[in-house]
Design a protein. Structure first.
Length: 318
């Protein structure tokens, strides 16, 4: 396969785009495309301050790398979840959390970037799995509590430290799996809120997903070719999740019909813009500040996060 730009041997072949590129051209193409998506969806401007949520994985570290290469003012936020997990492929067994934290710190220090770190156990008394156990939420899996806590912390840091936008490393595969799940359920409110940009509203920071049009394998290739060291292992609680099952199904479709995932996502975005979902219920619920933490909530009482922490404080571990 030959590089479309120079005709020499290509390093990455993207069947879905009918495009093959040599390493250096691929490493130029990804930031060029990212800049195009940032502008197309009006995610943020050059003078704005961006907070990138970094997990130590390929997508979030690549996103931070790309934004830095493009000249944006982007700081990182790492949230220590306290999730145990063992690397099976190295003699030195490291905790999943410790390893992802180490890689996020390494990435930041090698490039002299500013990384904020929030350790959930230090801040709230318990790590994520324990918060889930004590609050009896999530039917044995901590993912619901983890999502709630991460959203709360990301919004708090973005808001308190004056960032204009919170950027996450969701790629096309993540977005299409979520879209597929929401479509199977006809979850109107979730479909209305699925977008490359969620504008800031009533105390919620603007959320942006600059990598939402890149396939997961494209980001893996970028991280590899850029020499970014990232954690290969998934969070141990991801195993058997519905989103991974959807991704496998969609990958089978993509193998038979290259470009299907991208077309599904882009046609959805077009449909949103042309008002296909106009009859769905209003997407933005009536929000007001939580009396305890001040973050927006749709309930009349404490927000879900403060109720969770209150429940855990009232039921400490024996
Ligand atoms: Fe949190 Fe792991 Fe679940 Fe993801 S898979 S939501 S990181 S517990």
């Amino acid at each position: 396969m030959k590089c479309k730009k120079c005709g020499s041997k290509a390093s990455v072949n993207m069947r879905q785009h009918k495009l093959a590129l040599r390493k250096d051209h691929y490493l130029e193409w990804i930031p060029e495309q990212t800049e195009r998506f940032i502008k197309k969806y009006d995610m943020f401007r050059r003078e704005e301050k961006i907070l990138v949520a970094v997990s130590g994985g390929k997508d979030s570290l690549s996103l931070w790398d790309i934004l830095q290469r493009l000249g944006y003012q982007a700081d990182g936020l790492y949230i220590g979840l306290g999730i145990d997990g063992r690397r099976r492929d190295v003699a030195l067994q490291r905790l999943y959390d410790a390893e992802s934290h180490r890689l996020a710190e390494k990435f930041a220090s090698e490039r002299s970037l500013n990384l904020h770190v929030v350790d959930i156990q230090q801040e709230y008394g318990q790590a994520i799995p324990m918060l889930a156990d004590i609050s009896h939420r999530g039917q044995g899996k901590p993912c619901a509590v983890c999502g709630l806590v991460k959203r709360h912390v990301m919004n708090r840091i973005a808001r308190d430290l004056g960032y204009d936008a919170l950027a996450t490393g969701h790629n096309l595969d993540d977005e299409v799996a979520a879209l597929f799940g929401n479509t199977l359920q006809w979850a109107g409110n979730f479909l209305l809120r699925q977008s490359p940009v969620l504008p800031s509203t009533s105390g919620l920071a603007r959320k942006v997903k600059p990598l939402c049009r890149f396939y997961e394998r494209e980001m893996a290739a970028y991280a590899l070719l850029r020499g970014i060291e990232y954690i290969y292992e998934e969070c141990p609680f991801a195993e058997g999740s519905t989103s991974i099952y959807y991704k496998e199904l969609l990958n089978r479709l993509e193998t038979d019909k290259p470009g299907s995932k991208l077309a599904f996502y882009l046609r959805f975005l077009e449909a949103r813009e042309t008002g296909l979902f106009a009859a769905a219920p209003a997407s933005a619920p009536d929000l007001h500040p939580c009396p305890n933490c001040g973050q927006p909530t749709s309930t009349d009482d404490l927000c879900s996060f403060c109720r969770l922490i209150g429940k855990v404080s009232a039921n400490p571990l024996p």
